[in-house]
Design a protein around this ligand. Structure first.
Ligand code: SF4
Length: 373
């Protein structure tokens, strides 16, 4: 399978931790941006006629912030230009402060069948302090509107002054709706250059050990509610894992369109510019908007495969690896496996990081990556 990612780089305001390609003051460029995005979709599709696409993902930014006609137009262009599976998973990211019944009608008509809703926390004071535009009441309204859909909820841990009890309240709320089949839990990273970095320097954020304890609580809580962890940050009820993300972790192919979007097709990774002006200028002149491109092959491809698969609860399937590379994972990574033996479950058909070490996987992954560099 292959996926399509569409980046919508507009937000109402900037959250204090955000360093994504999202631009609160550039909504006036939406018309020109989407005109170019439709052109990019068409141009990219020309060399991809023989591929079947099983997922489409609208991320951002805030896809639900722009007029819904743009989402409709993008999907129409995708159906026209690409070979899209009729049962494709089509996800749209939603900010609870920017969705209403009219927008939802258009999304439905366009074919969106899965919504990813950013709650982050059920604490209004914290939402305000991190510059989210919505309240807990907005979330409740949004989730009620989406009662007939397959919904995922995003939660953040490690927020300023956050306690386990705050996270419990957040999960209590998120999981109280039967339509919520999937929960993503991301640990806050204070990126340099964001206002959150100043709060980190001021000591307002929980330390790594506190966040690790909160994470352990999350895993335990969600598993008791029937949401099983299938990747370090992702939890789903049976049958509701995100196909789009699973393709990514399996090193599957995907095409990304729009500013900052990355693609991986036929062994090549490439990324578009993060500037809307540069993007529009390039596309209007019939060029690609890429600022980075590399072919990933040989040992680099093996290291990438290991890094992505070991993030998942199932780890590396030996047969899949052999089919992809024609060699044995255990032989290719024998030094890393030996060095990290106590952190790994080594079975006949697969190798994976033990459940209790999945959260602290980075040092383990570094060994696997280094072995192939
Ligand atoms: S809504 Fe998302 S993309 Fe937009 S500013 Fe906040 S974190 Fe960034």
């Amino acid at each position: 399978m292959a996926g399509i990612y569409v980046h919508v780089p507009f937000c109402k305001q900037k959250c204090s931790y955000c360093d994504f390609a999202s631009f609160p003051r550039e909504i006036g460029k939406a018309e020109a941006y989407f005109a170019c995005l439709y052109k990019e979709l068409k141009a990219r599709s020309l060399s991809l006629k023989d591929k079947k696409f099983s997922t489409v993902y609208f991320g951002g930014g805030t896809p639900s912030f722009v007029e819904p006609k743009y989402i409709y137009g993008a999907l129409k262009q995708i159906y026209t230009c690409f070979n899209v599976d009729k049962n494709a998973e089509i996800t749209l990211e939603v900010n609870p402060g920017t969705i209403d019944e009219n927008k939802l009608k258009v999304y439905k008509n366009a074919g969106v069948n899965r919504f990813s809703v950013g709650l982050q926390t059920a604490n209004d004071k914290t939402l305000y302090s991190i510059n989210r535009i919505h309240t807990v009441e907005d979330f409740k309204r949004a989730i009620e509107l989406l009662k007939d859909y397959n919904v995922s909820v995003d939660v953040m841990i490690g927020l300023p002054d956050e306690t386990v009890s705050d996270v419990k309240n957040t999960l209590d709320l998120a999981t109280s709706y039967p339509q919520v089949k999937h929960v993503s839990v991301y640990a806050l990273k204070a990126e340099e250059g964001t206002p959150m970095f100043t709060r980190y320097l001021n000591g307002e954020l929980p330390d790594d050990d506190e966040v690790a304890d909160i994470y352990d609580f999350v895993v335990d809580y969600l598993s008791k509610k029937g949401y099983n962890r299938y990747e370090v940050s992702n939890f789903a009820k049976e049958g509701y894992q995100s196909k789009h993300n699973k393709n990514y972790w399996a090193r599957g192919e995907y095409i990304g369109v729009g500013v900052g979007a990355s693609s991986f097709i036929e062994g090549r990774r490439f990324t578009n510019t993060e500037s809307i002006d540069e993007y529009v200028h390039a596309i209007l002149n019939g060029k690609v908007a890429e600022v980075f491109s590399e072919n990933v092959c040989g040992d680099d491809a093996k290291a990438e495969y290991a890094m992505l698969a070991l993030r998942t609860a199932n780890g590396v399937d030996f047969n899949d690896y052999k089919n992809a590379f024609g060699s044995d994972f255990s032989a290719d990574f024998k030094n890393s496996i030996k060095a990290n033996g106590k952190y790994l479950d080594i079975l006949d058909s697969c190798i994976k990081i033990k459940d209790k070490y999945l959260y602290v996987q980075n040092s383990i992954l570094v060994d696997f990556i280094s072995e192939k560099q």
